[in-house]
Design a binder for this molecule. Sequence first.
Ligand SMILES: [Zn+2]
Length: 420
Amino acid sequence: MTHLLQHEALQHREKQRQQLLNRFFSYIAFDTQSKPDAQKSPSSIGQLRLAEHLVEELEQLGLSEVKLSRHCVVTALLPSNCGSKKTIGFISHLDTSPQMSGKHVKAELIQEYRGGDIALGKGDDYISPVDYPFLQQLVGDSLIVTDGNTLLGADNKAGIAEIMTALEQLIESKVPHANIRVAFTPDEEIGLGMDFFPIADFICDWAYTIDGGEAGELQIENFNAAGVDIVIQGHSAHPGDAKDKMVNALALACDFHQYLPKNEVPEKTAERQGFFHLDKIEGDIEQVRMHYLIREFDAAQFKLRKQQFQQWADQFMTKYDLQQRFHVEISDSYQNMYEVIRKVPQSLELAKMAMQECGITPLLKPIRGGTDGAKLAVMGIACPNIFTGGYNFHSKYELASVQGMQSAVDVIVKIAVLAV
Ligand SMILES: [Zn+2]
């Protein structure tokens, strides 16, 4: 590279960094925590405020078809500048996790992480590479951390900032690119946002969620998921006078739980292993309600797990003659998006190629959870998940690498260009 080109590349890098940081810091100022009990979408007003802000920004950038749906989904189109017939979508979510406050986020930018513990704010909380070994890979990066009182919101505002910055870069550079559709969705963290997704405003060949972790992460598989609701009807009686009268729903619940395999639980499984998970139990002698999660990557195994659960329930009912007292309902929650992605292998190939051309090694990892992409897959759109450069989501130890975030912008731009 000549000196002049080198100088230009550095200037470009610095400009991208500033655009990205300005956006990220402005977005995390919105408190967009979703509320699981709201039973509507958007579940919080902050999400609507951020959505309105993004609509304004998209209009200023000059995008077409900028819309805010009744349920707070922002959609827009950047038409191809070279007559390309291809349309690629990018999605990030507006909300932050209900598990940790996202109000008054006081983020700090560490210009160059030199290793060791990172003190958070003025308190005595810190992030240590002993607890989080991935930090060793981030030595030399600029990191954004919290003050230890809130989450950061990199999940998923890093994704939004990356998509917006990529759009700006595509427009400014005038490089030939495909049609690009974007969508910013509410309530991903409570699994509601996609229920009202305006699919007619997001017609594309395939899409990507920008909602993953470390640079290189590329996810094409997630759990098949089902939930099980159990109601056990007991019969209460005075303990001193309960002989042959009392049916203790609590004792029955404990007994039923023993039917499940002890090692197939979240705390003892990893990678591609599935599980049964007792998620909630509440009640008294008269009635107990239990809720289980069933998770499995492989579709056939998933079916088997559900059948197995039903068998245990049947055996249990027969053993105690509980036909009238034991009710089990198994219902599907979401599917492994791989079933759709494997029919559109270009979606995976393009992301891999874009990463490689940006000097990033793709890390294919299954998601031990769901994504908006899984719900989009049900609507027929293949939607792998790409990294944001963020870590430790849903916690006050959440952080983001600025270099990782810049790599995400590079990959989004590269996908738009290669898709032509
Ligand atoms: Zn997320």
